[in-house]
Design a protein around this ligand. Structure first.
Ligand SMILES: C[S@@+](CC[C@H](N)C(=O)[O-])C[C@H]1O[C@@H](n2cnc3c(N)ncnc32)[C@H](O)[C@@H]1O
Length: 223
């Protein structure tokens, strides 16, 4: 694993959230996001059948167990929290797939020189300057490749970071910013990415995800 954390940047609150707190929060009944995110990655892997996958904000690898080694031969996972990636590598049990992890800020870390058939960014653009990160992700996608994005939609009744017994998660409120899907689509279009599908996924606690898939250049339509 390479470690590209930024020693002189302000400390990112994600670095101080224990994995147990993060997983406990995302799995708690009133949040209920972990299982949905797991299924959304499974869905896009099944639909896109990518030979190569790049995941940013991979955390401990939620959903990567759905990789089919007969289809996907290479996966690169980026996260700013190295302990999450330690857990990801420890749990990864697919010897036919080449796994690489990169610990660093997706806005600044060194990116692979190879292209990927699927780039997945679920609930991470809200914690970065997405206008910086989107072109970096776009440059990783070859013609016919796909960008999969999951965004959190605002709720009239639930705060951005839903209350749970895991108090450490509250520190994230300082860096969380909703991403407007229409703005993202416009920016993606200027990078050659066309909306392939867009839908809303309802969640517990009156929240919802916006699930977006973009294609780069020509792609055979998915089923
Ligand atoms: C809400 S979690 C993502 C959930 C995960 N994608 C899933 O599907 O279950 C956000 C993840 O992004 C990571 N992250 C936050 N800021 C980051 C950054 N600037 N660069 C890379 N990873 C970052 C966090 O450490 C955390 O693991």
């Amino acid at each position: 694993m390479s470690d590209e954390s930024q020693p002189h940047a302000p400390r990112n609150p994600w670095l101080d959230i224990p994995l147990e707190d993060y997983v406990g929060h995302m799995s708690s009944p009133n949040v209920g996001q972990r299982v949905v995110l797991n299924r959304l990655l499974a869905d896009v892997l099944r639909a896109a059948r990518p030979a190569s996958v790049f995941i940013t904000g991979a955390s401990s690898g939620n959903g990567i167990e759905h990789l089919d080694s007969a289809v996907s031969r290479r996966i690169v996972c980026v996260d700013i929290n190295g302990t999450y990636l330690d857990a990801l590598r420890a749990a990864f049990d697919n010897p036919a797939v080449t796994l690489e992890t990169v610990c660093g800020d997706i806005a600044a870390c060194r990116l692979p020189s190879q292209m990927f058939e699927l780039v997945h960014a679920a609930l991470v653009l809200e914690y970065v300057d997405w206008k910086v990160v989107l072109p970096r992700l776009a440059q990783l996608i070859g013609v016919g490749g796909m960008l999969s994005v999951v965004l959190q939609r605002p709720s009239a009744v639930t705060p951005a970071v839903t209350s749970s017994p895991f108090a450490s998660l509250r520190t994230l409120e300082a860096i969380f910013n909703f991403v407007d899907p229409d703005e993202l689509i416009a920016a993606a279009s200027s990078l050659g990415l066309t909306v392939h599908s867009r839908r809303t996924e309802a969640l517990p606690s009156a929240k919802a995800f916006e699930v977006l898939q973009f294609t780069q250049g020509k792609l055979t339509p998915l089923e």
